[in-house]
Design a protein. Structure first.
Length: 149
């Protein structure tokens, strides 16, 4: 499985830890940046990961900024993206199982490394449950495609 990663400067160090962690698990990585602690604008990296997932160059994505809020808002502007900001492993599991989330957002300044890696594991080890949840996800996709939004 290919995973797209991206962060701003506030999430750079956690992104690098997550990157090393998931590489050890055998996943392929597409690193969409940033590549340093130099100040950058989070939307650039949220959009980049969103486009990579939307274009099916990666199956899922993981994005990180200081709180995870801004970068998740940016990623969710990309058609086909369902980015979920998760602060615990239960949220990550439910985001995948119920919402078919395809991007995990993390807040580097609000999570410890251990908790962040638990959340990553929960996201990676969960799958969309389908059934009644598919109808709800389809409603979101239909609205996104309509000219009424």
């Amino acid at each position: 499985m290919k995973i797209a990663l991206g962060s701003d400067h506030g999430g750079f160090e956690l992104k690098e830890i997550v990157k090393e962690y998931i590489l050890k698990k055998g996943y392929e990585i597409i690193d969409c940046g940033t590549n340093s602690l130099d100040s950058v604008d989070y939307p650039i990296y949220g959009f980049a990961v969103g486009k990579t997932v939307s274009n099916k160059e990666a199956e899922i994505g993981i994005i990180v900024c200081g709180t995870g809020i801004g970068i998740s808002i940016a990623a969710n502007k990309v058609s086909g993206v369902r980015a979920a900001l998760c602060t615990n492993s239960y949220m990550a599991k439910m985001a995948r199982e119920h919402n078919n989330a395809n991007i995990l957002a993390l807040g580097a300044r609000v999570l410890g490394t251990g908790v962040a890696l638990e959340i990553v594991d929960a996201f990676l080890n969960s799958n969309f449950a389908g059934w009644r949840h598919a109808r709800r996800v389809d409603l979101i996709s239909e609205f996104e495609k309509s000219k009424n939004n």
